[in-house]
Design a protein around this ligand. Structure first.
Ligand code: IMP
Length: 427
């Protein structure tokens, strides 16, 4: 494995945690480059379930270096909670195997408050955020009013900058939203103290990852959320606030784009989405409910029931192309066992016109009618299958159809939550 990008090719929750955990066996460095604790990567190791929100999945393997890059929005309290949780369960975590960029932006309590308060004002336009302060933190980054991890490490400097930011945010919280303001002194004390606690993890991670590449180390870039939630290419404004595919790596990990040698997308054999926004293949009927129950489709960060629907080849084609993916991985194929018939969208009808490409304008996205292809299902339990040729014929047909429709090789299939429940097709 050279440098490889592994990213979600739908609206998040594609089962990246398990696959990234599996692929990180062959990596020396595992790097997060965007998003924050809005992500929820679930990994099952020897029957033990771990949900990682912020820390790269490589932490579950000894001797990997795990990096939280400058493009991540870091909630220092959540970070330390996650470190403590892992340590309690016997996972070794220290400043050597977990490194945090000095340039990562910090999520403060006022970001979390404002994330939740702004949602209430949006009414019909609400995004359904995870409420983790992600959007307001990135907004401050762009407005040049944010604080970075390096700002937390210097108590006097931190008090001055955070004091100024908080005075303005408190005015917003109180006067615009009519909510209780934050106690300025208590907040300053809390963040100055937490800065000292995260100090042992802080590093110039960009320089480290580039040096690792030059030293021919194997680097895995772990995407969070999914391509269709990308702030530029996704279903704006119903998106997260970062670049979620391979496109985010360069800026978010300080890593040259030409050094990304391979990209692999991950998509479920059907589609899910949490939060609001367009979802062309969504099912509001008992079939959607059945996918939710069979797939245990409830958010790992928020516990929210996920919206469910059939596979959307238009969206996945678009997602893979954007990141220049060499191939993709299909997850949760086992969840479709027992459906008599399986549908998938091959194209869209928009205002009477049939299109195979994802439409650029959000106004058009609301008008989409999927053009369906039907496939006969299979009834066998496939969770124990480890070779492609041992899958039921109809399952093989469905996978080969997906591959043709999307136009990129499927390099692996996942048929259950455990590490070993995979079918390799060249990866
Ligand atoms: P935010 O990232 O909390 O601002 O939320 C923006 C949108 O992205 C909402 O629709 C969230 O439900 C969605 N989102 C954020 N993180 C994830 C994730 O890890 N999986 C799936 N959806 C996510």
């Amino acid at each position: 494995m050279p440098s490889i990008s592994v990213f979600g090719a739908q609206w998040g929750d594609e089962g990246k945690g398990k696959l990234i955990d599996l692929l990180s066996r062959d990596a020396d460095y595992v790097v997060r480059y965007q998003g924050g604790a809005n992500a929820g990567h679930t990994v099952v190791v020897e029957g033990e379930k771990y949900i990682l929100h912020l820390i790269p999945s490589g932490i579950l393997h000894p001797s990997k270096v795990n990096i939280i890059g400058n493009g991540v929005a870091l909630d220092p309290f959540k970070f330390l909670d996650e470190v403590a949780g892992l340590t309690q369960r016997g996972i070794h975590v220290d400043g050597q195997n977990l490194r945090v960029s000095a340039n990562a932006h910090v999520i403060f309590e006022h970001h979390r408050r404002l994330d939740q308060l702004s949602e209430r004002w949006r009414g019909q336009g609400r995004i359904g955020t995870t409420g983790r302060g992600i959007g307001p933190c990135y907004a401050d980054k762009a407005a040049r009013t944010g604080l970075r991890v390096c700002d937390l490490l210097e108590p006097d400097h931190c008090r001055t900058r955070l004091g100024a930011a908080l005075a303005e945010k408190n005015a917003m919280i109180e006067q615009v939203h009519g909510a209780e303001p934050l106690d300025l002194d208590a907040e300053l004390d809390r963040y100055v103290a937490v800065g000292q606690r995260i100090a042992p993890f802080v590093a110039d991670t960009g320089a480290e990852v580039r040096a690792a590449y030059r030293a021919k180390k194997r680097i895995l870039f772990e995407g969070a959320q999914g391509a269709m939630l990308d702030i530029d290419a996704g279903t704006y404004p119903f998106v997260t606030s970062s670049n979620t595919g391979a496109t985010g790596i360069s800026a978010g990990a300080a890593f040259p784009p030409r050094w990304i040698e391979r990209a692999i997308g991950i998509a479920k054999a059907y589609t899910t989405r949490v939060g609001e926004g367009p979802f062309p293949t969504e099912l509001h009927d008992e079939v959607g409910a059945r996918i939710r129950e069979q797939g245990h489709e409830y958010g790992s960060t928020t516990g929210r029931p996920r919206r469910c629907g059939w596979f959307d080849a238009v969206a996945v084609r678009f997602a893979l192309e954007l990141s220049g993916a060499d191939g993709w991985i299909v997850t949760n194929l086992d969840v479709l066992s027992g459906f008599k018939e399986i549908s998938a969208a091959v194209a869209y009808k928009i205002k009477g016109r049939s299109v195979r490409d994802w439409p650029a304008a959000t106004a058009d996205i609301g008008e989409i009618e999927p053009v369906w292809a039907q496939h006969p299902g299979w009834s066998e339990d496939i969770t124990g299958v480890r070779r492609f040729e041992d899958l039921p014929q109809n399952a093989r047909n469905y996978v080969e159809w997906l591959e043709r429709e999307v136009g990129a090789p499927i390099v692996m299939l996942s048929v259950g939550p455990a590490r070993d429940q995979v079918i390799s097709r060249g990866l």
